[in-house]
Design a protein around this ligand. Structure first.
Ligand code: SF4
Length: 230
């Protein structure tokens, strides 16, 4: 299957009862506050071209961001922070992301997450992560021929992604490399190596406190783009 086929299947997934209930309840209850919009309330597919050489991996859709708009990191403060930085380093066509159809394009970059439905308190369970893993496996396999670098936003994404990379044929060292902001590991692969970067998540917890600044994020994005040939 191709990436469009994968995304089309993903949006119908109902494998996690707790997340299905939550994503739909939030959509029902909050629709009133966003009256002129359709509230997505479904799994959120990855965003960006199938021939991306740089992949950004987050955690899960936010209840009123991606779960509302249907596009990764779109419509909330975390996304404002991420897309402003992507635009600043030349990887996005505009600094803002408000809704599907706003004209935003990513250049050589795709954004995805190990869990595709909004979880209560932004905390998926290990079982939900495991349920969702086959979607990430499939996405990785489609992207693999052109993929040269991955930025993981936060420890949850890092822990989720390493086994997937391992199974996809990249040599993940043992003991497994630890997540940290600024972590950079080069994984050998059958066809080509993959550069793995760690970056603090763009959540408000990190960006409001200055733990993650725009300059820090732009620096990781630039490093990852350079080794990806972007
Ligand atoms: Fe399906 Fe993933 Fe959503 Fe679970 S989190 S319902 S596996 S898309």
């Amino acid at each position: 299957t191709d990436i469009a086929g994968l995304d089309a299947h993903l949006v119908d997934c109902r494998a996690c009862p707790r997340l299905v209930e939550w994503r739909e309840r939030v959509a029902r209850e909050k629709r009133a506050s966003f009256r002129n919009e359709t509230y997505w309330g479904r799994p959120v597919p990855g965003f960006g071209p199938a021939d991306a050489s740089l992949l950004i991996v987050g955690l899960a859709p936010a209840a009123h961001g991606a779960n509302r708009t249907g596009r990764m990191f779109t419509g909330d403060r975390s996304g404002d922070f991420l897309y402003a930085a992507l635009h600043a380093v030349g990887l996005a066509s505009q600094p803002t992301a408000t809704r599907i159809g706003d004209g935003l394009e990513l250049f050589g970059v795709r954004i995805t997450s190990p869990v595709h439905c909004a979880p209560p308190a932004n905390k998926p369970t290990p079982a939900e992560r495991d349920n969702c893993r086959h979607w990430l496996d499939a996405e990785l396999r489609i992207l693999q021929p052109g993929l040269r670098s991955v930025i993981v936003l936060g420890g949850f994404g890092w822990q989720s992604l390493l086994p997937v990379l391992d199974d996809a044929g990249w040599a993940v060292p043992r003991p497994r490399p630890k997540f940290g902001h600024g972590a950079h590991v080069e994984l050998a692969g059958a066809e080509h190596p993959l550069h793995l970067f760690g970056c603090y998540h763009v959540s408000q917890q990190n960006t409001f406190t200055g733990r993650l600044t725009p300059a820090m994020l732009e620096s990781v994005l630039s490093d990852a783009a350079r080794v990806a040939g972007l």
